[in-house]
Design a protein around this ligand. Sequence first.
Ligand code: GUN
Length: 296
Amino acid sequence: MSAAIIDGKAFAEGLRGRVADLVPDFVATAGRQPGLTVVLVGEDPASSVYVRSKGKATEAAGMKSDTIILPADTSEDDLLNLVRKLNADATVDGILVQLPLPRQINENAVIATIDPNKDVDGFHPVNAGRLATGLHGFVPCTPLGCLMLLKDRLGDLSGKDAVVIGRSNIVGKPMAQLLLGESCTVTIAHSKTKDLPAVVRRADIVIAAVGRPEMIKADWIKPGAAVIDVGINRIDAGERKTKLVGDVAFDEVSQVAGAITPVPGGVGPMTIAVLLRNTLVAAHRNEGVPLAKDAI
Ligand code: GUN
């Protein structure tokens, strides 16, 4: 059997289009564009690429994009003061501080200083708590993107066995909360899990978010399962070339799974699309402008 390929790139383009279509109505009502400010500390090349593509995508959706680049030796106090200034700026709907941050800055202190209602990353403890208790808040972009792809493919997820491999605050834990919210039976597996292949073999839905290239093999997968690969790993491809692979051994797993996301072109493009969606939602909430619950 050969799995259906879940085309995250196409889904993300559709979502970005739906967000862009809703922006003019917001502008007409609020008299301003939704605004996203991205803060980058230092010049890490990978982070710089991400930040540039976030800025471009924000503008392409008709929103106001600001990128603030600070030197790598910025102090924690200076960054916290900038975040407080952005919290107080009514034209800023979403604040995203690109992670990782340089060593001298405590990431948790920065995340906790962002106004939870501008926390379009969904990383603030208040938003983590809202997600865990079923309240409206911001949900981290990558897991929300995974859930959208799953629901689009499978419809109702209720009663399905889901195994999330990885327990990070950014992907694994919020992913598990989202699946629980859809009435899945959820297992969070991690580096200390005993007999991981046997645990994964029980799953109707597998979310791989471990950061280990091609770790999940075909004989770990229940035939017909949906496999969502969050991993983005650059590996040596010989002849001085590199290539991107996920956490799932795609070629073999796609022979067993019912549906699978490729890398690249699966989950990756969803992250920025959901960021735009979260920014639009933030703008509506901050201005008190209604947005139909199922609009995006
Ligand atoms: N670094 C890598 N991905 C992300 C993300 O989604 N948000 C932030 N703030 N930093 C990141």
